[in-house]
Design a protein around this ligand. Structure first.
Ligand code: ATP
Length: 605
């Protein structure tokens, strides 16, 4: 049978069987059975792309996250905007007044809404018809056309099939089986081939015969390669032990976006870690890259960041893509994108991933002309390191002892953000590998000297397991009040959602629930709280007044960040709730000045 004749319902039966089964080998067996007994036409790509939708790059993106998808479904079903079902779909996190266990799971909520309209019997949609419809959904930008594609699908499916289609569109099937297992079941060489091509179609076409091994393929310019990744280690001594006896380079771990630059003559691609091409970088960078990579064909591995041209250093803020789009639209700005190349995978007419890192460094040195603030090189004695400001620490070093790594790590986190990456200079570049040729060291969570006891001022609804309930909090710092009076205002400080067990979270939410005030249109901030205009921090509910709330102790990564999103001058990276302070009155909340002093004394700016 081919995709023209195989009904999507058969794939759904496989999904359902996998979902019911806990053991991974049995889940794999269902997949094998489907391939061998159902998909006998062996046009595997048309089915595999529906099983691994997040790896399918043949189709563009749908531009549909849950909320947009809900709007299209409302239109497709012809629901009135204020009808209970439309409200349920649009408020999928809370699931409207009939909140049930499915709140926070969009596909399940949608299946409930569809159930009463579609019933149980399938309209016989084939896999081919589904792929054609999904192609149309991806190509049209127009919402009513998207809705009409969905309406067509609804006509040819039942609610269960539609649920899986929605999960395919959202690119997360939650099947409880890893992509690695799917690949291995498909063909022993499938993962390897995917890693060097990031091309699912090619994998499905070349590896139809499971019994026939495929000669290991090398990388090609123009096809994204799966990124080599770093294994986390706890400290410098663990890193040193792991790389014992090796020649080692330690590099700053930059906090930007991993980008692979592919140059093929005049053609330049910027592939992100999930192998999407980002043409928005072309305007600001293509010409510069063409001129300053001195070979015709090349693949560079590196990190894209933002450079502050006024301060002449990496910028603390600014999203890469926003800066790129602003540049394309011709807006004047003191920020620009900068690519820091730390590795090379292809140079001239050959792949160099099989050469050692030390050899690849030599190649980088020869083929790149670095441009300060735009196109830099991360090499121990060149590029960024050469262009350092006086007194600024190195960006990378050759380490010959554990002490070297320790010292470099300490200097880096004192002066910069993320941590360091330690690499074996004798290692090859291995696509998709995280086995320990690169090690990352990051600062641990610490209790910031004394505990930071801050006040909960708002809440955000969760999704998934926590759907329909508040699962994260907006916490605030007190504005210092006159002695002997209680604080009157609180500045939003950070959003925190982790650290509590489910039970602790339930108890806390139940205690606060009577004082939740919905933050609905028109949005109005209670007079006790100060927030910025940034919509990211707006909670779904406010706490009616500070005296009704409780303090929580939070801990964080040692680093603080200057805050543009929240009202307080600094926020925290990766905050977690350490415990709930039911024992401490609300008015003993940490105040802004105290916090600024803690930050200064730990030199954490
Ligand atoms: P994290 O959340 O810690 O950034 P991650 O899941 O993004 O981890 P890791 O494999 O743990 O990825 O770390 C590698 C990432 O670190 C790379 O994808 C890259 O974006 C970033 N990075 C920054 N500086 C470097 C560097 N000098 N060498 C390699 N990777 C670097």
């Amino acid at each position: 049978m081919t995709d023209q004749t195989v009904r999507f319902g058969l794939l759904v039966s496989m999904f359902q069987a996998m979902l019911r089964e806990r053991s991974a080998p049995k889940k794999r067996r269902f997949f094998r059975k489907f391939l061998d007994r159902v998909y006998t036409g062996r046009e595997y790509f048309s089915a595999v792309r529906l099983i691994l939708p997040s790896l399918d790059r043949e189709r563009g993106t749908y531009g549909l996250k849950e909320v947009a998808l809900a709007q299209c479904l409302v239109d497709a079903l012809g629901l009135a905007k204020d009808s209970p079902d439309a409200v349920r779909l649009l408020n999928w996190r809370k699931a409207g007044s009939r909140a049930g266990q499915n709140a926070g799971n969009f596909a399940m909520i949608a299946a409930e809404v569809l159930q009463s309209r579609q019933g149980m019997s399938s309209g016989g949609l084939t896999i081919k018809e589904l792929n054609d419809a999904l192609d149309r959904l991806a190509t049209t930008e127009n919402r009513s056309e998207k809705a009409s594609v969905l309406a067509g699908l609804i006509n040819k499916t039942n609610a269960l099939e539609m649920k899986w289609i929605l999960m395919i569109i959202l690119k997360d099937l939650k099947l409880g089986i890893s992509e690695k297992s799917i690949f291995h079941e498909f063909h022993p060489d499938a993962e390897d081939l995917f890693n060097v091509t990031c091309d699912l179609k090619l994998v499905c076409e070349k590896l139809k015969d499971r019994g026939q091994r495929h000669k290991r393929q090398d990388i090609e310019v123009g096809k994204a390669v799966r990124a080599q990744l770093a294994m986390r280690v706890s400290d410098a001594s663990a890193a040193w032990k792991k790389l014992h006896g090796k020649q080692v380079v330690a590099e700053c771990k930059f906090d930007g976006d991993r980008i692979q630059i592919h140059k093929n003559g005049g053609e330049i691609h910027f592939f992100s870690r999930n192998f999407i091409d980002h043409p928005e970088y072309a305007h600001g960078m293509s010409k510069l890259i063409k001129e300053n990579i001195l070979v015709d064909r090349c693949i560079l591995d590196g990190e894209m960041l933002v450079w502050d041209t006024t301060a002449n250093r990496f910028a603390d803020f600014g999203s890469n893509q926003e800066i790129a789009k602003a540049a394309r639209e011709g807006f004047e700005s003191d920020r620009q994108n900068i690519d820091v190349a730390f590795d090379v995978l292809y140079a001239g007419d050959t792949s160099v991933i099989h050469q050692t890192l030390a050899e690849r460094h030599e190649i980088l040195r020869k083929i790149i002309r670095p441009i300060k603030g735009q196109f830099e090189l991360l090499l121990p004695n060149m590029g960024l390191n050469e262009n350092r400001q006086p007194g600024e620490p190195c960006w990378s070093i050759i380490a010959s002892s554990q002490e070297d790594v320790e010292k470099f790590f300490k200097e880096t986190i004192e002066n910069r953000d993320e941590g360091i990456v330690v690499k074996d200079l004798g290692s090859k570049w291995e696509p998709g590998d995280r086995s320990g040729k690169w090690l990352k060291l990051k600062p641990d969570y610490i209790h910031a000297g004394s505990d930071l006891d801050v006040l909960i001022i708002g809440g955000y609804f969760g999704s998934g397991r926590h759907g329909g309930e508040v699962a994260q909090f907006l916490v605030g710092l007190a504005e210092r009040s006159d002695p002997d009076t209680y604080p009157k205002r609180f500045l939003s400080f950070c959003r925190v959602g982790t650290g509590l067990s489910d039970e602790e979270l339930n108890t806390l939410v139940n205690k606060l629930k009577p004082y939740f005030m919905k933050n609905e249109y028109p949005k109005r901030t209670p007079r006790f709280y100060e927030v910025t205009n940034n919509s990211k921090e707006r909670p779904d509910v406010w706490i009616e007044s500070p005296d009704k709330s409780v303090l929580v102790s939070i801990t964080s990564d040692i680093r603080t960040i200057k805050s543009e999103v929240f009202a307080a001058p600094y926020s925290l990276r990766f905050p977690r709730i350490h415990r709930v302070r039911y024992d401490k009155p609300w008015h003993e909340c940490l105040d802004v000045q105290e916090f600024v002093e803690i930050v200064r004394s730990s030199n954490g700016t």
